[in-house]
Design a protein around this ligand. Structure first.
Ligand SMILES: *Cc1c(COP(=O)(O)O)cnc(C)c1O
Length: 400
């Protein structure tokens, strides 16, 4: 028995050192625990904080209409869906959500996945494989990168938002069967927009498939809240669009938007769709309620856009580096992980939750605070945040 215990200790013995190493680099993550519903104010580890850390941009995660929809769904469907969508997990709630999403997005068909992560990873690996090529923006979300790797297609990473380099790469002679270009539309850490119209042109010219991920843009960008592709007026020219129900829509689940043939293909080939249990039907009820709010209350997205613009301007005036942010996601770039952590900790003592973002979520030397502006923020929250950051700069001795 003793020998066995010894053996168990040894095979994972490296973990303690590896964790210690993360600590030394200010890269160790600690998990927080929230003791309230999601919203403008949250309780986090026993502290009441103004919340600049959620992706609940439209303030829907705790909206009474979503809560009521879930209750109704629970009454009708129970909780667990019991099987993958392909077996018998897909209920009339899933079918109704897919129909509502197709109408909302103005497209032929949609497919709902258990998460946005699954939608990205599954879709990429279903569209390209060995003998194909996939072109991926360096700053794409982890789920896109993982999908590219899973696909086993030749992976070409192009510099962030660099259409000329992509054009050059696509122009090279090649023997690939299919070529897929994939990008976030609104980058999740930098808050900048992908050059979508130019990407559309380049992909059409080189006959590459363009796939975009609207995770942070759904509900916020575009006249009807369809995202950045709508904002630029090129919906018809983007054949594969991925979105998530978990951010602006305040629910959970991912989805793909496109043609009937695309959806039919994904049903056959997207492994996370085939081999993962379908969302609870009640979650579909929540998402449908959220879509209704997005349609009926466009002032929500208008206010998010306005508040974000105010905050970006105020931060720039104070000399903070917010990169190329053009959205409700505003990074305050400080470069070193330990500086990001000190700032975040200081803000917490003053009543603000702003997460410190460190590698590998961002490249080395791009550690930042990631401020996320939502519908429920008050003007005074934004003003006080800027003031408190100024105070932090003086107290922590951060130069400009
Ligand atoms: C959050 C995110 C996802 C994953 O969505 P989930 O529904 O949370 O799994 C995909 N893409 C991007 C760009 C994201 O930020």
């Amino acid at each position: 028995m003793e020998g066995r215990a010894q053996h168990n200790v040894d095979v994972l013995g490296w973990l303690a050192d590896a964790l210690e190493e993360l600590d030394c680099q200010s890269l160790r993550r600690i998990r927080r625990c929230r003791q309230s519903a999601q919203g403008r104010i949250i309780w986090l580890d026993g502290r009441e904080l103004v919340n600049f850390g959620s992706n609940d941009y439209l303030g829907l995660a705790s909206d009474p209409r979503l809560v009521a929809a879930v209750k109704e769904g629970l009454e009708k469907e129970g909780w667990g869906s019991g099987a993958s969508a392909l077996v018998c997990g897909r209920s009339s709630a899933h079918a109704a959500l897919e129909e509502a999403l197709a109408k909302f997005e103005g497209c032929e068909a949609t497919l709902v996945f258990p998460t946005g992560f699954a939608a990205n990873a599954g879709t990429i690996a279903a569209l390209v494989g060995p003998g194909d090529a996939v072109y991926c923006d360096r700053k794409n979300h982890a789920s896109i990168i993982d999908g590219c790797k899973l696909s086993r297609a030749d992976l070409r990473v192009f510099p962030h938002a660099d259409v000329d380099t992509l054009d050059h790469l696509l122009a090279k002679p090649h023997r690939h069967r299919r070529r897929l270009v994939v990008t976030d539309t609104l980058f999740s850490m930098d808050g900048d927009l992908a050059p979508i119209p130019q990407l559309v042109d380049v992909c059409e010219r080189h006959r590459a498939i363009l796939m975009v991920d609207e995770a942070h843009a759904t509900g916020v960008f575009g006249n009807r809240g369809r995202g950045v592709v709508e904002f630029y007026g090129v919906e018809e020219r983007v054949p594969v669009r991925v979105g998530t129900l978990s951010k602006g829509l305040g629910s959970v689940g991912g989805f793909v938007v496109g043609s009937t043939a695309l959806v039919e293909w994904l049903v056959q080939k997207a492994r996370p769709y085939m081999f993962s249990t379908a969302l609870p039907g009640a979650a579909c009820y929540a998402a449908m309620a959220a879509l209704k709010v997005v349609e009926q209350e466009p002032h929500r997205r208008a206010l998010v856009v306005q508040k974000a613009e105010f905050l970006r301007e105020a931060l720039k005036r104070e000399g903070w580096n917010i990169g190329l942010s053009a959205s409700q996601i505003i990074p305050i770039v400080v470069r070193q992980p330990n500086v990001a952590l000190s700032l975040a900790r200081f803000l917490e003592t003053r009543g603000f939750f702003v997460p410190a973002i460190r590698p590998p979520a961002v490249p080395d030397d791009e550690a930042c605070l990631r401020v996320s502006v939502t519908f429920h923020h008050q003007h005074s929250d934004l003003e006080r945040l800027v003031e408190t950051l100024g105070e932090a700069k003086r107290k922590l001795g951060l130069g400009n």
